[in-house]
Design a protein around this ligand. Structure first.
Ligand SMILES: *Cc1c(COP(=O)(O)O)cnc(C)c1O
Length: 865
């Protein structure tokens, strides 16, 4: 008989072992090896069986064993040390507390919204890079002492688990997770004061007078709480219960309900949390990708219904404190809904009446936020950009691509001027560096710096022997793990143990090991390595200098194209002559990824440039001394320095994709044959001296740059602190700034059509001007209803192309010199900054002290040609 439902009952801990409770539920254990070892001591065999999950461990360990340990002096000493260490971690002043002492303030802190969070494999609430990044963001924020709250959904089945059929096709499974068996606690109205307060239920109105309710789980990620909304409760009808069933499953209607719950319900959950815990309201709301964009309209609703602001004033307030991060350079990857679907949920009988989803807001204003050129479409990224005064991409290259992609929202501005910056992603070192590296780093740096991931570059001080032996140990661990997983996969595919003797010999701990693991959208080109199967086979089977290749990745369940690519790799790797050198491991997740990053000598990445926004797996490999072999895309474009790995030349501009794949695959084989393999196998007394030097250089040069702590500090300094400051400024004195900014915006938008550049004269140049020569520009401007203080007038100078298009522009503010009946006169006296073919023009922009960027409102006037 099968159970209808399953739940977990935790053991009653003996009094003396009570500290195991918080040690198991605070996910800080997941990046603290000493705490993991402590749980292993409860029962080594069981620790493996429960897959290194402390909560499951406490559920399954024999109570008699617990009684025994409660008397075990050595164990108690370790327990007390771990408990004291956690207390210290949670209370010691960190980077942010030091910044505060210097006057930097994030006020009430940051609410960080994401549709997925990959904190640990025991909380499988992620599908890939976006979620892992969000998890690393929380952990680094915790390490830095940043006041941050994570917000997302708890999916009953998370993302799917992947296995293979006998013929190599991806099969998907959705095992349900019982929240009671996860490291979660319920948010109750009484917060931390008492354990028996009523659970908070967040309500969101749905058309037809229905209500979507969700309880709120809290996962404790070190110092950072992660709020996860869960609609699978008896108070909901069947359809509403299913809203949080799966990550990225279901149709558009399902998806919009999830995003409404995450965004609108998410803000309500934050309010309930800060209320129950007596905390201040967050100053900054960070949308990690557009999915959570509805949070902005919920905040507008709050301000309209209780703050006495109108829509524009509320929008100005929300914009000041909102940061939007875009993650996709592929227009097709952007989250869009049919406008009618948005109208259905936010308009009609769910429109601006008292019991509606967002009372006080009209559907037209909401639709306007997600508007794009096609009026039947609602674009979540456009909404993110309209709701956030600050926005960024996730690598320098992705910043450039995003400015181009979203340029149509800033008509009249060049792509370089689009107000989207970049913060390059990073990875959480204590999570992704092997325990061996952590031990070595602790020896050199001490535990505190390791915990804050500072000083990582000092691993360069290790001797070549130590570096190389660590690499060997980690490759050895990977080989063991590959054998275990290959065997399990074949058994799942229907093989019997008797025919699997060969799996004991799969992979060789002394062979150069290349890893390729990531989700399988087309642009990542999983099968590029198979472009010339004979050439690959020769590399794998080379007698003197072989390569072994481990491949993993999930395809979206609806993407049969991706599954066919996986099948192609699996079929190739199944062949008896190569299966000891190449393998596809099913079910790529954090628990597998770790071994790959630790053990692979080379991390391969060959996306179609520039479609990889950042990529983070190569950073995790680099932290472990892995060398990247990658197309110059995402992070690698800015961090490759010629000595920390290899850049696969791209055939940018070759339009025929098949030909481009041929060219790039051939470049990849060539690099392996000529550069990578010789360097790895060239030995002096067994030591690959030049290889180890590259490992050393990677640790020293990339170590400090690829860190999530660097990323979160960048966000804190460049985005959160300025956003908190803007939010404070517009909200002061009963939102005087927001009212003023909204009134200004309304006024300039209305008056802008009458603004014109009437006349421009240049004077002062000699006949043959040289760089630095003096140029005096005079412009006559008509301002219509606006006054001089409402605008900035700029001289713009740049290189003039054949079609008079200006590039490499420099702008110089012009000063108001006089008024007459035909307009306002502005003048600039400047030194020519460029040589060659130079051109100039003049433009008018809105000016207000509360704007962050002159392009912000998308208004600009240039002379008529
Ligand atoms: C890091 C990571 C990813 C993301 O890797 P990319 O290089 O960004 O594709 C995906 N899945 C897992 C399990 C990871 O650890």
């Amino acid at each position: 008989m099968k159970a209808l439902r399953r739940f977990t009952v935790r053991a009653h801990l003996p009094e003396r072992l009570a500290a195991l409770g918080p040690l198991s539920t605070n996910l800080r254990w997941s990046w603290h090896p000493a705490t993991q070892e402590l749980f292993g001591l409860l029962d080594e065999e069981l620790w493996r069986q429960v897959q290194f999950d402390p909560v499951r461990m406490l559920g399954e360990v024999d109570p008699a064993r617990l009684d025994e340990l409660a008397e075990d002096v050595a164990f108690l000493a370790r327990l007390d040390a771990a408990a004291a260490d956690l207390d210290d971690y949670l209370s010691r002043p960190r980077w942010y507390q030091n910044q505060q002492a210097k006057g930097v303030s994030l006020d009430g802190g940051i609410a960080y919204f994401s549709m997925e969070f990959g904190v640990s494999e025991v909380l499988p609430n992620y599908s890939g890079g976006l979620g892992i990044l969000a998890g690393d963001h929380l952990k680094a924020a915790s390490d830095l002492g940043l006041p941050l709250i994570g917000v997302g959904l708890l999916y009953r089945s998370g993302y799917f688990r992947q296995s293979l059929t006998a013929d190599g096709w991806q099969a998907e499974h959705y095992p349900p997770h019982d929240p009671q068996g996860l490291p979660l606690r319920l948010l109750t109205e009484s917060g931390p004061q008492s354990s028996d307060g009523a659970p908070v239920l967040v309500h969101v109105a749905i058309p037809g007078g229905r209500v979507l309710r969700a309880r709120v789980w809290i996962a404790q990620v070190g110092r950072v709480p992660l709020l996860l909304l869960d609609s699978d409760i008896a108070e909901n009808d069947a359809e509403m219960r299913g809203v949080t069933d799966r990550l990225y499953g279901g149709d558009q209607d399902h998806r919009i309900k999830q995003e409404i719950l995450a965004g609108i319900g998410g803000v309500r959950a934050v309010r309930a949390y800060t209320h129950a815990y007596g905390l201040p309201d967050p100053a900054v709301f960070h949308m990690n990708e557009g999915h959570a964009g509805f949070l902005g309209i919920e905040r507008i609703r709050e301000l309209v219904t209780t703050g006495g602001l109108d829509f524009d004033e509320a929008l100005a307030t929300v914009r000041a404190g909102t940061v939007f991060t875009t993650h996709t350079p592929v227009p097709a990857g952007i989250d869009r809904f049919p406008a009618d679907l948005v109208r259905h949920y936010f308009g009609g009988d769910n429109a601006a009446n008292e019991s509606s989803l967002l009372p006080g807001l009209t559907i037209d204003r909401i639709l306007g936020l997600g508007r794009e050129s096609d009026p039947s479409v609602f674009n979540m990224a456009h909404m993110g950009l309209r709701l956030g005064q600050r926005a960024n991409g996730v690598s320098k290259l992705h910043g450039i691509v995003s400015r181009e992609m979203f340029q149509p929202l800033w008509q009249g501005f060049d792509a370089e001027e689009v107000p989207i910056g970049s913060v390059t992603n990073g990875v959480h070192a204590p999570t992704w560096a092997a325990p061996e590296w952590i031990d070595l780093a602790t020896r050199i740096l001490g535990p505190e710096l390791v915990e804050e991931a500072r000083g990582w570059e000092r691993l360069q001080d290790l001797s070549a022997e130590e570096l190389w032996s660590t690499r060997n140990v980690l490759r050895g661990k990977l080989v063991e793990e590959v054998r275990r997983r290959v065997r399990a996969s074949w058994i799942e595919r229907g093989a019997t143990s008797a025919e699997l003797g060969w799996t004991d010999e799969v992979f060789d701990p002394n062979v150069l090991t290349v890893g390729f693991a990531r989700r399988v959208p087309t642009y990542k080109r999983l099968t590029l390595m198979l472009r010339d199967p004979q050439r690959l086979r020769a590399l794998l089977l080379d007698e003197r200098r072989p390569v072994q290749l481990v491949v993993a990745g999930k395809s979206h369940p609806a993407d049969d194209g991706g599954k066919a690519l996986i099948q192609q790799v699996v079929r190739f790797a199944d062949a008896a002559d190569v299966r000891h050198r190449i393998t596809f491991l099913p079910d790529y997740d954090m628990s597998m990824a770790r071994y790959l990053y630790w053990g692979c000598d080379v991390w391969l990445n060959n996306p179609l440039r520039p479609l990889e926004a950042c990529g983070t797996s190569g950073m995790k490999s680099a932290l472990n001394g892995g060398l990247n072999l990658s197309i110059r895309d995402g992070w690698w474009d800015e961090m490759f320095d010629g000595e920390n790995g290899w850049a696969i030349p791209t055939a940018d501009g070759v339009v025929d994709e098949a030909r481009r794949d041929d060219l790039e695959a051939s470049a990849l084989y060539e690099l392996l044959e000529r550069a990578v393999l010789p360097r790895f196998y060239d030995r002096a007394d067994g030591l690959p001296v030049r290889w180890v030097e590259m490992v050393r250089h990677t640790l020293q040069n990339l170590g400090p740059k690829v860190l999530a702590s660097r990323m979160v500090r960048d966000y804190a300094v460049q985005y959160y602190a300025p956003a908190a400051e803007s939010a404070r400024t517009v909200a002061a004195e009963n939102f005087a700034g927001a009212r003023e900014l909204a009134a200004f915006r309304r006024r300039v938008e209305a008056a802008w059509p009458s603004v014109a550049v009437l006349q421009v004269d240049g004077a002062g140049l000699p006949d043959t001007p040289e760089i630095g020569a003096n140029l005096v520009l005079r412009a006559r401007i008509r301002l219509g209803e606006l006054s001089v203080s409402d605008v900035t007038v700029q001289a713009v100078i740049g290189k003039a192309g054949p079609d008079e298009e200006l590039t490499d522009i420099v702008t110089v503010p012009m000063t108001h010199s006089a008024s007459d009946e035909s307009g306002e006169l502005f003048v600039a006296d400047l030194a020519l900054p460029l040589s060659g073919s130079v051109g100039y023009t003049v433009r008018v922009l809105p000016h207000h002290r509360l704007l962050v960027d002159p392009s912000e409102l998308g208004l600009v006037t240039v002379p008529n040609p």
